[in-house]
Write a protein that binds this ligand. Sequence first.
Ligand code: MV4
Length: 444
Amino acid sequence: MFHKILVANRGEIALRVLRACREMGIRTVIAHSTADADSLPVRLADESVCIGPPEARSSYLNIPSIISAAAITDSEAIHPGYGLLSENPAFAEICRACGITFIGPSPEAIRLMGDKAQAREMAKHAGAPVVPGSEGPLAGVDEAQALADSMGYPVIVKAAAGGGGRGMRIVRRREDLARAYATCQAEAGAAFGSSELYLERFVEEARHVEVQVLGDKNGMRVHLGERDCSVQRRHQKLLEESPAPALPPDTRAGLYKAALAVANAVNYVSAGTVEFLVNQEGQFYFIEMNTRIQVEHPVTEMITGIDIVREQIRIATGESLGYKQAGVRFNGHAIECRINAEDPEHFVPSPGRITTWIAPGGPGVRVDSHVMAGYMVPPHYDSLIAKIIVHANDRNEAIARMHRALSETVIEGVKTTIPYHLKLLADPAFVAGESTLARLEQNL
Ligand code: MV4
């Protein structure tokens, strides 16, 4: 087992990784920016190294600084958390070249899945259903036009280097395709340094359902069930739950089989998430694979009792999973609400000082947060300040428990998304388990 791990992240996920290390008897180092010098993760880590100014580009994304911090502290491994450098194949390669273990999948798997057009081909060959669409990247607008005409509208044009909702355009009419193609191409080139595009039939009223997988270095792979993440706004997830409500049993079984087929096809090691769209008929389609720990991992931990961060660390050292699929048991229902320092109506960031912080507690409530009273929410990073996760026997009990937990939470000094969540939990369509991607954006 590792003796010392460097955490190359901030906020609640940095704290989450530190907690796993503590329980495993592993010493910790946190690499942090000047803006986070007084943060809880810095206080709780055994050692800390300041790696640069507030702007992520100069600190949390500064590879030479982070590698130097690992070298001077004798850290054997780096946990990248989510976002930042977590899905950067060059960073994983540099770690490898420097003799530091990157806690995550291989650079090859990250690179392959980072090219969404290639990932789609990969999934198709592995036998996972994909949305009807282009084969690999599009050669040009003429190919896009011909394909869309033959498949029918609406279609969605996506950047191969995008993902997570970035760099995509829905096209509902033939006459809008050429323009959408051109803007998408220009945006992709500017944002990702690659203007490759691919095209899919647009799946209307879909649900976003993802399957958590774990793979060890001996080729053992299991799934940890699914999460429904259909409650989103502008591609930002707001609430996630497991199991997915109202999923037909054969759809669920098909999702698990497809997710494992994709993971097996790339010899996937560590924790990963295979994303699908599920339509109103229960048909499902692979869309992307995320090669990192995800924000919403706690809902899976609550229903399986498996500490996913601990598993990532164990797997990185070469340990075997030590259980088979039948050894993974699912219990009850879990819901996570993301609490952002944002205006709940318009979702614009609301940075500033938190004057009052009363966290919820009691049976079945988990709070993952780096926040405390007096904490200054910096304007430089994403606005997630807490994740409130509840676990209960069934979905209705979990909804009631979440309502109770949010009602006892007091956060003053910044605006938060709590009022949005309280409204959502009382929404009849949500309670009925009928939330789909588009509908919620319209209704709430
Ligand atoms: C789609 C789709 C419908 N059809 N692909 C956006 C995030 C990324 N992971 C995939 N995304 C989508 N891909 C096809 N072929 C719908 C989404 C989607 C979405 C679309 C419109 C409005 C909100 C959305 C939220 C999540 C996903």
